[in-house]
Design a protein around this ligand. Structure first.
Ligand SMILES: NC(=O)c1ccc[n+]([C@@H]2O[C@H](COP(=O)([O-])OP(=O)(O)OC[C@H]3O[C@@H](n4cnc5c(N)ncnc54)[C@H](O)[C@@H]3O)[C@@H](O)[C@H]2O)c1
Ligand SMILES: N[C@@H](CC=O)C(=O)O
Length: 493
């Protein structure tokens, strides 16, 4: 069955770029296939645009900016809410598209559509609250204050693991602020981005406000970073690529927001019920088959409950089902491609060669070449790759610790600083560890931590800036200070 036959609305499946309200093929005729990671079958093709076409997208965004920024905030809000309504109305098709190109189980894809849409609604409303300030004047006969103004064109570069929500969390904030956007999705998962464009058009978002470009990623990114007319770059992806883009933006002194890799510790205190904590750790590790920046990569368990915890973890993990995300009752879909499977295997081999114990993870049971069976290693240590690298795979590493000071040191022993989990009911321990953790987000006795009201982001090499929440829109706003002088007699402020 072709992809479009699986959708109620086949027009949501687009195989073109979207620039200035037009579906666009590559002027050079170059194309790239997009594959279903579960089956290896080609789902369709995307055009690889020429450099001049990427600059054309900047021209379109520049022209559209003049009118879009001039709308009142409540007018932009109405368009964004219409987009939100269409995302909800087409939820099932968007989820099917996502499962086909990304591989995540259909219920998770539905959850991501809901999650992605929630950012559109949130920022539609937040756009009406971009308040400036009145400043008590120290200058005679003057009024002082600030205005908030959109930065201009924003380039948004996004990863394949969350093909829809990583776009809307940026685009809705930027568009609500009055910016126009150029989205460059990952080539592995372009169809969710193109469906967003189709729905943006139907929602009445004017041509040139929301553009989607496709091409050779380094070439496209280089142009967007070097373009002086692009005033902000927001990137979600690996720390390696984030560093490159930060360098490339230096010449044009852009506003740069980076949401990069994570290597989350999951700390379990001695007071915890080992079963409750182990089940939570399984949930925090295996979402999106471990391909999640929030995945619990290093599970640090107090020595007094370590063995019981490992038993419950292994039992829960054994119940996870692996298969095509379109089938019923699947917990883990495939990894995104063969290189991801190779990387996972290398991380496991490295750990075993350095003394870790393989408790479970029989890869001969994998239902296809891109699948990796949930794997559990114990006795993981600082010298192993699994300790320092984001595995981005369903590989869990557990180790025991003696006391709070030791676990704090272990948890912070990483260049990353995105998210950490802490399971304990001891309020003193919670406060001590919470304050000592060098992470942008800490979830205490909860696996779920994200959502529109949350300032999402990391410290250290996990990024710059925050997305979502009341501050997420600031990434796309400039503060303009004014001093309105010679007013005659102005009393007070
Ligand atoms: N902090 C967060 O919010 C967050 C969220 C999701 C994913 N991530 C991170 O994303 C990573 C996984 O995603 P990925 O593999 O798509 O990341 P990636 O860095 O390989 O790719 C991200 C984007 O950059 C583009 N890209 C790749 N190589 C490039 C290059 N040399 N020059 C310019 N652009 C390039 C890709 O096409 C894609 O659009 C993980 O590290 C994960 O932790 C972080
Ligand atoms: N789960 C994260 C995405 C990370 O990969 C989120 O909620 O943003």
């Amino acid at each position: 069955m072709t992809l479009s036959n699986q959708l109620s609305d086949p027009r949501l499946f687009r195989q073109y770029a979207y620039i200035d309200g037009k579906w666009t093929h590559g002027d050079g005729g170059r194309e790239e296939a997009v594959f279903d990671p579960a089956t290896g079958e080609a789902l369709g093709h995307i055009p690889l645009l020429e450099d001049a076409q990427i600059r054309g997208a900047v021209d379109a965004a520049e022209t559209a900016f003049v009118h879009w920024r001039a709308l009142r905030a409540d007018e932009r809000c109405e368009r964004l809410l219409a987009w939100y309504d269409l995302l909800q109305a087409n939820r099932e098709d968007l989820a099917i598209l996502m499962t086909l190109e990304q591989g995540k189980p259909l219920p998770d894809a539905r959850g991501e559509v809901e999650y992605g849409a929630s950012f559109v609604r949130w920022f539609a409303e937040e756009g009406k609250r971009t308040y400036g300030e009145t400043i008590p004047s120290h200058i005679p006969n003057a009024a002082l204050g600030t205005l908030k103004e959109p930065v201009g064109i924003a380039a948004l570069i996004t990863p394949w693991n969350f093909p829809l929500a990583m776009i809307t969390r940026k685009a809705a904030a930027a568009m609500a602020a009055g910016c126009t956007v150029i989205v460059k999705p990952a080539n592995e998962t372009p169809f969710s981005a193109l469906a967003l464009a189709e729905l943006a058009e139907r929602a009445g978002i004017p041509a040139g406000v929301f553009n989607v470009v496709l091409g050779d990623p380094p070439a496209v990114s280089r142009i967007l970073c070097a373009e002086d007319r692009v005033k902000a770059l927001s990137f979600t992806g690996s720390t390696r690529v984030g560093r490159l883009l930060l360098e490339q933006c230096a010449n044009t002194v852009k506003r740069v927001s980076l949401e990069l890799g994570g290597n989350a510790p999951f700390i379990v205190g001695p007071d915890m019920d080992p079963k409750e904590a182990a089940y939570a750790a399984v949930a925090a590790k295996f979402q999106t088959a471990g391909q999640d920046c929030l995945a619990a990569d290093r599970i640090l368990v107090h020595e007094s409950i370590h063995d019981a915890f490992v038993g419950f973890f292994a039992e829960r993990m054994a119940a996870l089902t692996v298969g095509n995300g379109l089938s019923n009752e699947i917990d883990l879909g495939p990894l995104i491609h063969a290189q991801a499977v190779e990387k996972a295997a290398a991380i496991v081999d490295d750990a075993i060669s350095k003394g870790a114990t393989l408790v479970a993870g029989d890869q001969s049971q994998a239902p296809g070449p891109n699948f990796f069976m949930p794997t559990l290693l114990t006795g993981v240590t600082h010298d192993m790759k699994i300790w320092h690298e984001e595995s981005f795979a369903p590989v869990a590493g557990i180790t025991a610790y003696r006391d709070d000071d030791e676990v704090i040191e272990m948890a912070n022993d990483t260049e990353y600083g995105l998210a950490a989990y802490l399971y304990t009911h001891d309020i003193r321990r919670i406060w001590k560890i919470l304050r000592a953790l060098e992470f942008g987000m800490v979830a205490i006795n909860s696996v779920k931590m994200t959502g529109p009201p949350v300032p999402f982001g990391g410290v250290k090499h996990s990024g710059l800036g925050r997305e979502g929440g009341v501050t997420g829109i600031d990434e796309y706003l400039e503060t303009k200070y004014y001093c309105l002088g010679a007013l005659g007699s102005v009393s007070g402020s």
